[in-house]
Design a protein around this ligand. Structure first.
Ligand code: ADP
Ligand code: ZN
Ligand code: ZN
Length: 711
């Protein structure tokens, strides 16, 4: 180390509540550019860090000062660029987390463990074969609606909201937009790149196939990479490095991909933008969709959100100008109402369950419709958003219920493996033969889950025959049947190849899958969501049912050959509910207008901004006491922004105890996002101080959720 080394400020992951600031300073023999990956000592360990901030990052150490030295520099990896660092800094600030935590979480995990020499070896591996530039991309002719959307995206600045029915060809528009930015690249700068996000891991293979098929011949097989948590650490590192150095031109991924290093980023696509999976539910609770919008604007990349049932936030942000609202929203709304190559949208049939015999699971007309389809060799899909056999087991004699001893929730009865399982903490016991409380053998399941539905359908369709006389084949897909790696793919393949007549499952089967022979979809018990305390529940139910309906009748030629009509069945005790009315007419705009009117009247998002503070403790008193004390301290201090923020009293969470931890939360609401942000930033240190007071010793943790999706 020279006598006067350089000082660098490094972002790294410090143990939580260590009280260490966001950046730590180290001495370096040479000046290091911001964004450089380094290994530094932290306590007794050596950890990965990122040299931060251009202005203050370097400077000479004053005479006589001492400082720990950088342990190594990952020279093989180019420094992370300013747009990436700005994105991380923004996310940390906005979601109220430490910069180092967000920065390190945004990097592939394996990067933390590799020594510079090991990384250098990995980078020396031969690059994958490049494509041929003379290979023209095989395009299909766009429909008029697709062409109009494409042209407006090409000519405009965005952000764009592509509002297109299921099967309207949105993915084809994404492909074309990606192609345009790649082909416009003159090769004189960092290679042009696109980021395409989907909500679920299990939707990536399908998408990857389409993108590789389209772009690999021209740009090489390494041009398309994936990034999601289902990949191994070495795979993730490989994809990440490919995106960082520019050999990957297209990154497909789940929400985590929004943080990929993409120096050449020109386009971000967020498919199914309404999907709640875009919101991270632990650590920095970021919305990948919202960060995509921010990143696009900062980095000069176009942003394209797509959905058949947009979030009300995006729908509102894309409202067209009117005389009363001459500005309109910030987004450009593009509409593709027609389905391509598909039949008409499913006809919606509602069954009034008040007119059915008590305890009916499958109403007679629905059963009839399923039976007819099995006999014709068509497929049906039955949706129930609850796995297991029954949500609770109970004793007829004493009223005992299978409550989880650790949570304020029931243990779910799983018949297949004869267990009672808590879906919140995982606590599992064997099903008792007698009531644990009074010894009675008269214990029964109450309510139903997918396992029971599968069993009952089996009994009901026992004598129903397929066209060639074989019995009906029923399959179930949910989190229980797909635990093993590759299980979901195998089960989906069975459905695609026609080995299944009736598919029973949770919301997992409603999303995105391109089933060709499904002509009937049924939601047998969707009412639960109608009366939820969560104001977003109707929006979510509507999106789920529209998605599910979109699985039916995807192949017009098949439908014509069968001479059949596709149907979406809803069994409900409230068949006239606005959600089902709108579903019947497939009228998302009407549904959105009605919901937005209610939200505006109640000053709820998108007409206000929210944040939550949650507290976990051994008792509700401690959890709520902490929140009340921190609120009182905020009022007493007159924190900035507080005059524009409403702080609601602390309440227990709907499921208030999980794994013996009591949970409470309090909601904050403001008409001004900036005021809420100012307030939250000022409140952080107050929360810290409150926590350290002796009367709140029993507090386990607290966390902030900005723009929470469920309240
Ligand atoms: P979405 O993403 O809106 O659900 P897709 O892009 O998956 O719709 O398109 C639905 C189906 O229509 C796919 O099988 C796709 O290959 C096909 N398709 C899309 N665009 C066209 C087109 N212009 N001409 C013919 N088929 C198309
Ligand atoms: Zn009993
Ligand atoms: Zn439990």
């Amino acid at each position: 180390m020279p006598a006067r080394p350089f000082i660098v400020h490094v972002a790294l992951q410090t143990p939580s509540h260590s009280g260490v600031g966001d950046l730590l300073s180290y001495a370096s023999e040479r000046p290091l550019a911001p964004g450089t990956l380094v290994r530094v000592p932290l306590g007794a360990r050596e950890v990965l860090g990122v040299v931060w901030d251009a202005d203050e990052a370097t400077g000479e150490l004053p005479e006589g000062a001492t400082m720990r030295a950088i342990a190594g520099v990952l020279d093989g990896v180019a420094p992370l660029d300013l747009p990436w660092r700005r994105l991380v800094a923004f996310a940390a600030r906005y979601y109220q987390r430490a910069l180092g935590e967000v920065a390190l979480a945004a990097l592939p995990p394996q990067l933390r463990d590799l020594k510079p020499e090991q990384l250098a070896r990995r980078l020396r591996r031969p690059a994958t074969a490049v494509g041929d530039n003379s290979n023209a991309i095989q395009n299909i002719a766009l429909t008029a609606e697709q062409e109009s959307a494409r042209a407006r995206i090409a000519a405009g600045k965005g952000p764009f909201l592509l509002f297109g029915s299921t099967g309207s060809g949105k993915t084809e528009v994404y492909l074309r937009c990606v192609q345009e930015i790649l082909e416009a690249d003159k090769g004189d700068g960092f290679p042009a790149q696109a980021l395409v996000m989907v909500p679920e891991i299990n939707l990536t293979p399908q998408l990857e196939e389409r993108f590789v098929g389209r772009f690999a011949p021209r740009f090489g097989p390494g041009a398309v990479v994936s990034l999601h948590s289902g990949m191994t650490n070495p795979q993730r590192l490989k994809s990440w490095l490919a995106a960082h150095c520019g050999s990957a031109r297209i990154v497909l991924g789940t929400r985590m991909a929004v943080f990929a290093s993409l120096p050449g980023l020109q386009l971000i696509v967020v498919d199914e933008e309404h999907d709640p999976s875009y919101k991270q539910q632990e650590g920095a609770r970021y919305s990948a969709r919202d960060l995509a919008i921010w990143r696009g604007r900062e980095q000069g990349a176009k942003v394209l959100l797509g959905s058949a049932t947009p979030s009300l936030e995006s729908w509102h942000a894309s409202r067209p100008p009117t005389p009363e609202d001459p500005e309109g929203g910030r987004y450009v709304r593009l509409h593709m109402p027609s389905r391509i190559g598909a039949g008409a949208l499913a006809r919606v049939r509602r069954v009034n369950m008040n007119q059915q015999p008590r305890r009916t699971v499958f109403s007679a007309p629905l059963l009839q419709a399923i039976t007819e389809r099995v006999a014709r060799g068509e497929q049906s899909m039955i949706l129930l958003n609850r796995r297991g056999y029954a949500p609770v087991l109970h004793c007829v004699d004493c009223g005992w219920k299978s409550d989880c001893p650790h949570c304020s929730a029931h243990q779910v009865f799983h018949k297949t493996d004869r267990t009672l399982r808590c879906h919140h903490c995982g606590f599992t016991v064997r099903v008792p033969h007698h009531c644990p409380s009074c010894g009675s053998p008269d214990i029964h399941p109450m309510g139903r889950g997918t396992e029971q539905l599968e069993e009952q359908l089996g009994a009901l369709l026992r004598n129903v025959q397929r066209p060639a006389g074989e019995p009906a084949r029923i399959a179930r897909i949910d989190a229980d049947t797909t635990k093993a790696k590759g299980a979901l793919e195998a089960q989906l393949a069975q459905v695609h190849s026609g080995e299944v007549d009736v598919l029973v499952g949770t919301q997992m089967i409603a999303k995105g899958h391109d089933f060709r022979r499904i002509t009937l979809v049924a939601a047998v018990q969707p009412d639960g969501a109608l009366f939820s305390s969560d104001f977003r529940a109707p929006e979510r139910l509507f999106a789920l049912l529209m998605q599910a309906a979109g699985r039916a009748g995807r192949d017009a030629a098949y439908m014509a050959a069968q001479g059949t009509q596709c149907e979406m069945w809803v069994q409900s005790f409230h068949p006239q509910h606005a959600v089902f009315e709108a579903l019947r007419t497939h009228d998302y705009p009407a549904f959105a207008a009605q919901q937005l009117k209610e939200r505006e009247e109640a000053a709820m998002p998108p007409f206000s901004y929210q944040a939550l503070v949650r507290a976990d403790a051994r008792t509700q008193e401690v959890a709520q006491g902490f929140l009340s004390a921190a609120t009182a301290a905020a009022h007493a201090a007159g924190l900035p922004g507080i005059d524009l923020v409403t702080l609601f009293p602390p309440v227990p969470l709907t499921i208030q105890r999980v794994a013996n931890v009591e949970r409470a939360q309090m909601l904050m609401e403001s008409p001004s996002r900036a005021a809420l942000q100012r307030f939250l930033a000022a409140w952080q240190p107050v929360l810290q101080t409150t926590r350290s007071q002796p009367e709140h010793k029993g507090l386990i943790r607290w966390l902030v959720d900005v723009d929470p999706l469920s309240i």
